[in-house]
Design a binder for this molecule. Structure first.
Ligand code: GAF
Length: 387
């Protein structure tokens, strides 16, 4: 965990409020190894929490005011009373992520108190690595330190964060990003059953590195296209007479899929096959079989490209460059909501340098920029830090 980030957040708190914070919490961003657009279909996902986080330094106040300083935005301030209705702002968006959580907690009747906080983070923004989920989960984690919140589990906190993003911020995301931020484990991916909310730790094989490549393709269409994909999946589920595409298997897809609009059929096929790939990926990782994991990641990418149609040419190119180096020794695919953002690879440690060199040589983003490359280990989820 970045000690620099934590000490910077503390120092800004000290300068602003004239004393050390009483509470410090953190929540990480995430990368998804496999299982894309399955979460809102009640399906399976296999993400890791990252060692990039939102950190909040805070103290309780004697009154009902929430006062927030955004250290990464020139110490911009948001302040409001817990006794007034919480309004959604046109801007800045960071303020809405905090307001949204406060609003949901209030509506659930949880005993909030006034709070002074300083927020800072190092999750790359706009890359599709869940900087916003890490902020929402960090805010939940902070309030969960108050008396009266003891009964809330990490999954409860994640669902509060998701509800605030869905209903207050207005982003119709699924539950993966918040659950992995709340439940991540060092050196493990976590298989989340997005229907039952059960989580299973799955070790990342020792000797394998998680590499993330930010394409610098802006995820411009992501909101509208994301919502369209959700609707298409719902249409398909209705056609099959099931609650969600989680309930459709290949046999049913083949038997009754032909009656669907061909595009909706392709969307459904992605979800059905992707759920099966997540289950297979869990076995592959447990067996330390990076070659099998590589096949599954490759098939996931093809399915996102051809059936779900959420990749873009520069992302496909980036995947091909990495695959050209790792061949069958690891795996690579686009990760996240799509239409730009990042590619994730699981590669043997001794390939990291070759892959880095190949991407630096062959990839240029839309403005001629290099990909930004992160070599990561799976990290622990949200929690309190020593104050
Ligand atoms: C985004 C969403 F926020 C997640 O809920 C998930 O649907 C993902 O896209 C696609 O797998 O990150």
């Amino acid at each position: 965990m970045s000690e620099q980030l934590i000490s910077h957040t503390r120092a800004v708190f000290d300068e602003t409020f004239g004393e050390a914070p009483a509470i410090v919490v953190q929540a990480p961003g995430r990368v998804n190894l496999i299982g894309e657009h399955t979460d809102y279909n009640d399906g399976l996902v296999l993400p890791c929490a990252l060692d990039y986080r939102t950190v909040i330094a805070a103290r309780e106040r004697d009154d009902r005011i929430v006062h927030i300083v955004a250290a990464d935005y020139d110490n911009a301030v948001d302040e409001y009373s817990l006794d007034e209705p919480i309004e959604r702002l046109e801007a800045p968006m960071w303020a809405n992520y905090v307001r949204g959580v406060v609003d949901v907690l209030q509506k659930r009747g949880l005993p909030l108190r006034g709070m002074d906080m300083v927020i800072s983070g190092d999750v790359p923004q706009g890359a599709g690595l869940s900087s916003s989920a890490s902020l929402s989960v960090a805010v939940c984690t902070l309030f969960a330190t108050l008396p009266g919140f003891e009964g809330l589990s990490p999954i409860d906190l994640a669902l509060i964060a998701q509800e605030s993003e869905n209903d207050f911020v207005g982003c119709k995301c699924g539950n993966m990003d918040q659950i992995i931020s709340a439940t991540g484990l060092a050196n493990h991916a976590v298989m989340i059953d997005c229907r039952s909310l059960e989580t299973q730790p799955v070790p990342v094989p020792s000797g394998a590195s998680i590499m993330i490549f930010h394409s610098h393709v802006e995820r411009g269409l992501v909101d509208s296209e994301y919502n369209t994909r959700r609707q298409q999946c719902e249409t398909a589920a209705r056609h099959f007479g099931v609650k969600a595409l989680r309930d459709v298997d290949m046999a049913l897809l083949e038997e009754r899929g032909g009656e669907l609009d061909p595009m909706v059929l392709r969307r459904a096929r992605h979800v059905v096959t992707e759920n099966a790939r997540v289950a297979a990926a869990v076995d592959a990782l447990r067996a330390g079989d990076l070659a099998r994991m590589g096949e599954l990641m490759a098939a996931s990418h093809v399915s996102m490209r051809d059936d779900f149609e959420i990749t873009v040419p520069l992302i496909d190119q980036l995947v091909d460059i990495v695959k050209g180096v790792i061949k069958t020794t690891g795996g690579v695919r686009m990760t996240g909501g799509g239409f730009g953002g990042c590619v994730v690879a699981l590669v043997p440690d001794d390939q990291v340098e070759h892959v880095t060199a190949a991407v630096e040589r062959a990839y240029r983003g839309p403005k001629g920029e290099l990909a930004t490359i992160y070599v990561c280990r799976a990290a622990r989820g949200a929690g309190r830090l020593p104050a």
